[in-house]
Design a binder for this molecule. Structure first.
Ligand SMILES: [Ca+2]
Ligand SMILES: [Ca+2]
Ligand SMILES: [Ca+2]
Length: 400
């Protein structure tokens, strides 16, 4: 990944397995390399749209986890239908032909719109270098997954309104977050000088995206808040913050991430549309699910809203989290927690939980999903929590 303030060999930039970044993947397509993140459904990877000239080919997705390195082909690629060469809607979802390793982290989306001013963690497999040199390696040689930090300074609309004369592209307001690569000086504080968002960076932790980091995540609270999209070296008259005037991911440049909070409806609904054999009414919900012999399969929970919206455009939501019964998170099923939105026109949606298959004889076991914090409706009768149980059925070989 990433150009960093100090050498990439500094341990502060390393992403050892088991440290929460094992769902950040390398994506290859048509001879190009990018980065992506495994989404909360455990089947799809979120990455950049500009990697794909069309969506008829096959991508390869590489997982590096404690289980080793594993490559999985795509079964479908969906580029955002609004993608354009102004880097608008620069997102794609890549579905995998088989379940990724259970050791790969699955990520929820950052759903609040308070990203600006917050420090984030960026992770990627792109070209390396330092802020002084810019990217000096190619994105295809010896990929190393690195992390660094930066801060979201503004929405792209603020940049455009200040720099329309020198910005040769027209971004959609509210859909991209920008950050700059700081070295602690005001001279190279790009967004401080260009749009008066003064911040001198995060010291040695400060880092930046480079070739091959496209599609990689910007994490807030361990959730995907941004998808790396592009970099630029901008100057306005005599204000020229780039340290070397080259577009090379050096100190003094700016970068943009697609703002995931603005795209959560598209991502959520795209994933839900791909859930295999998902129930559409309560009588179709299976309370008992077979364990399977390998990979993972889904147990579904169907969440329904039976009231009336006060405003038809209102987004309703509940929070959810799995809880162990006799089944244990990590070995019998994969824990999930997050927020489920019901978008305008929707009165129900499924939550999918991955059941871990293996051939070890086990008794039937149970786990729970708890639903709390209804927004836009209530559970009624002073109920504050709904709990549903699923049973993972014993595999045939168990005798007890
Ligand atoms: Ca910065
Ligand atoms: Ca700055
Ligand atoms: Ca530069």
């Amino acid at each position: 990944m990433v150009t960093t303030t100090a050498s990439y060999t500094n341990s502060r930039y390393r992403t050892s397995t088991g440290s929460g970044f094992d769902g950040v993947v390398r994506v290859s397509y048509g001879g190009y390399y990018a980065t992506g993140s495994l989404l909360f459904d455990g089947r799809a990877v979120l990455t950049a749209g500009h990697l794909f000239d069309n969506t008829s080919g096959t991508a390869q997705v590489f997982f590096e986890t404690s289980a080793g390195t594993q490559s999985i082909s795509s079964t479908q690629i969906l580029r955002h239908p609004g993608y354009d060469t102004n880097s608008n809607n620069d997102l794609a979802i890549v579905w995998l032909t088989s379940a990724p390793p259970t050791s790969a982290d699955r990520y929820d989306l950052y759903r609040q719109t308070d990203e600006i001013g917050k420090p984030f963690t960026l992770v990627g497999y792109g070209a390396m270098g330092t802020g002084n040199t810019g990217a000096t390696s190619s994105a295809t040689s010896t990929p190393i997954k690195l992390k660094a930090a930066n801060q979201f300074d503004a929405d792209v609309a603020t940049l455009k309104s200040n720099l329309s004369s020198v910005m040769g592209w027209t971004p959609l307001a509210g859909t991209q977050l920008v950050a700059d690569f700081d070295n602690g000086t005001t001279t190279n504080d790009a967004l401080g000088r260009l749009i008066h968002r003064t911040d001198l960076g995060l010291g040695l932790d400060e880092g930046f995206i480079a070739h091959g980091d496209s599609g990689g995540p910007a994490f807030l609270n361990g959730q995907i808040a941004g998808v790396a999209s592009y970099t630029a070296n901008l100057s306005l008259g005599s204000v020229a913050p780039d340290i070397d005037t080259l577009s090379n991911s050096s100190f003094g440049e700016i970068a943009a991430w697609q703002r995931v909070s603005a795209y959560q409806q598209w991502i959520d609904q795209s994933l839900r549309a791909h859930y295999p054999n998902a129930p559409t009414k309560p009588e179709e919900v299976k309370l008992q699910v077979p364990e399977g012999d390998s990979g993972t399969s889904y147990a579904y929970f169907l969440v329904q809203f039976s009231g009336m919206r006060t405003d038809p455009n209102q987004v309703l939501s509940v929070d959810y989290a799995t809880r162990n019964g006799t089944a244990l998170a990590g070995s019998d099923y994969l824990a999930v927690s997050g927020t489920l939105n019901l978008y305008p026109g929707e009165n129900q949606a499924c939550i999918a939980v991955e059941i871990v298959g293996d051939t070890t004889p086990e008794p039937s076991e149970t786990f729970y999903l708890e639903i709390t914090n209804p927004v836009g409706g209530s559970f009624g009768h002073s109920v504050i929590k709904l709990t549903a149980m699923r049973t993972i059925l014993a595999s045939d070989g168990w005798v007890g």
